[in-house]
Design a protein around this ligand. Structure first.
Ligand SMILES: [Zn+2]
Length: 446
């Protein structure tokens, strides 16, 4: 697909779609939903069976809210049906010959799931990435470092979206930090995509080598994804301050696209590409559909994907959706992901998410910002303990740091941690990986 000729100062990549009045957008969504439900029913072993079992036919979808008649799917549905009958299994709607690309999930929550794309799906995906990159501030005169893993990962091909926009793409992938630092110093790229924890760790490493990310690099925009950090104000601002660059949060799913949603300059949630993805919020326990603005589990339906339609996919992500017009002028709904259903822990009847803890750790002075959380059961009660690092050169007593952080956690989350353990800078050992594992769940029967 050819590059679009858009003036660099034009705010929107595709104004007609991005700023479409909601009644029109919803009309478009309904048309696409009706087509997709019929397509899925006619071409997919799984959907044909599950719609029949639920006693619902494609003709029953007369309004957008009729989507509630359709059954949910989740990761387990994908696992149970993949490779059944054919290689791509019962949820795939096309012959294998029509599939040109597959990504897989990380498998961090079980058997990896395989995500197939037709050529048409792939092209639409990359056009969508170009739109989101433009929204993040990327232009054809940018040099873009794609710092995401290419191995099986759905974030890998997103680099093609940057090329489609016209930027110079540097396919770096997940390389050792010295190599990446060489690229940043010698090629002077202007936009980079990595995880928030890695952006932070990389800045620290650069500083330890006597470099100043603000002066020695030319990055003006850091795209982050994969962890909640980009939507946590204190984390985002700490990275922005360190790099002298703007941080833009992206959100994607291996089951759909590398990025499905991105932050705009208003930095109040991430616009989801609603012309292609329908979003619902449901009660994480009962599945009851909630009104926009209510906090619950986010559920997505793809309106255009042909290889494997995802209809009412329960993500396990907890958050809320705002549908009112954003100050940036875009009309597409904004998602606010606040945590994972499986990482939520309940202490004394209070729901706590790792992102709440991160907020505190990044906002408190005198810390490096690194942390880990351990959740465990003791005497039939769930408890949590948090490990943090004192800032480089800090001589504040461990006890004093611990008390201060404990009080801040109590004030922000509503429940006091069992313990706050204080390490010296760099001793916690969680920042070495691109996607840090900071959450240790030792609860039994969870
Ligand atoms: Zn906006």
């Amino acid at each position: 697909m050819a590059k679009k000729n858009i003036p660099y100062d034009q705010k929107y990549y595709d104004p007609e779609i991005e700023c479409m009045p909601r009644p029109e957008l919803e009309k478009l969504q309904l048309e696409r939903l009706q087509e997709m439900v019929k397509y899925a029913y006619d071409n997919t072993v799984y959907y044909h069976r599950s719609f029949d079992e639920a006693g619902v036919a494609p003709e029953d979808i007369k309004t957008l809210s009729d989507i509630q008649k359709l059954p949910f799917i989740n990761k387990q549905t994908e696992r149970d049906t993949q490779h059944v009958g054919t290689f791509f299994g019962e949820m795939c709607s096309v012959p294998e010959d029509d599939v040109v690309f597959m990504a897989t999930s990380s498998g961090s929550t079980g058997v990896p799931t395989v995500s197939p794309f037709t050529q048409e799906d792939f092209d639409l995906w990359q056009d969508t990435e170009a739109r989101l990159f433009w929204q993040a501030g990327m232009r054809p005169n940018d040099r873009y470092v794609h710092g995401l893993n290419f191995a099986l990962y759905v974030g890998g091909p997103d680099v093609i979206g940057a090329q489609r926009l016209g930027a110079t793409a540097i396919w770096v992938g997940a390389v050792p930090s010295d190599r990446l630092m060489f690229v940043l110093q010698h090629y002077q790229p202007t936009v980079i995509w990595t995880s928030p924890s890695y952006a932070w760790a990389l800045g620290e490493k650069a500083k330890a080598k006597g470099l100043d990310p603000k002066k020695d690099f030319s990055i003006h925009t850091i795209i982050v994804a994969g962890e909640p950090g980009g939507s946590i104000k204190s984390t985002r601002e700490a990275i922005e301050e360190m790099w002298g660059a703007k941080v833009v949060d992206f959100f994607g799913l291996s089951d759909i696209y590398g990025a499905c949603a991105a932050m705009c300059e208003a930095k109040d949630g991430l616009h989801i590409v609603e012309d292609q993805i329908l979003v619902e919020t449901v009660d994480p326990v009962t599945g009851e559909v909630l009104a926009p603005g209510s906090k619950g589990e986010l559920v997505y339906t793809t309106l255009m994907k042909k290889a494997r339609p995802m209809i009412r996919f329960r993500t396990g992500d907890i958050g809320y959706v705002s549908t009112e017009k954003c100050e940036c002028g875009r009309t597409h709904a904004r998602i606010h992901v606040t945590g994972r259903k499986d990482e939520m822990f309940i202490v004394g009847a209070v729901n706590v998410f790792p992102s709440d803890v991160e907020y505190v750790v990044r906002a408190e002075r005198g810390l490096t910002g690194e942390y880990s959380i351990r959740v465990y059961n003791e005497n039939y009660t769930t408890r949590y303990e948090v490990s943090v690092e004192r800032a480089q050169g800090s001589d504040e007593a461990y006890d004093a740091v611990s008390k201060r952080v404990e009080q801040a956690l109590k004030a922000h989350t509503g429940v006091r941690p069992a313990k706050v353990i204080v390490f010296d800078a760099g001793k916690l050992g969680v920042s070495s990986e691109h996607k840090a594992s900071r959450f240790i769940d030792e609860r039994e029967n969870n």
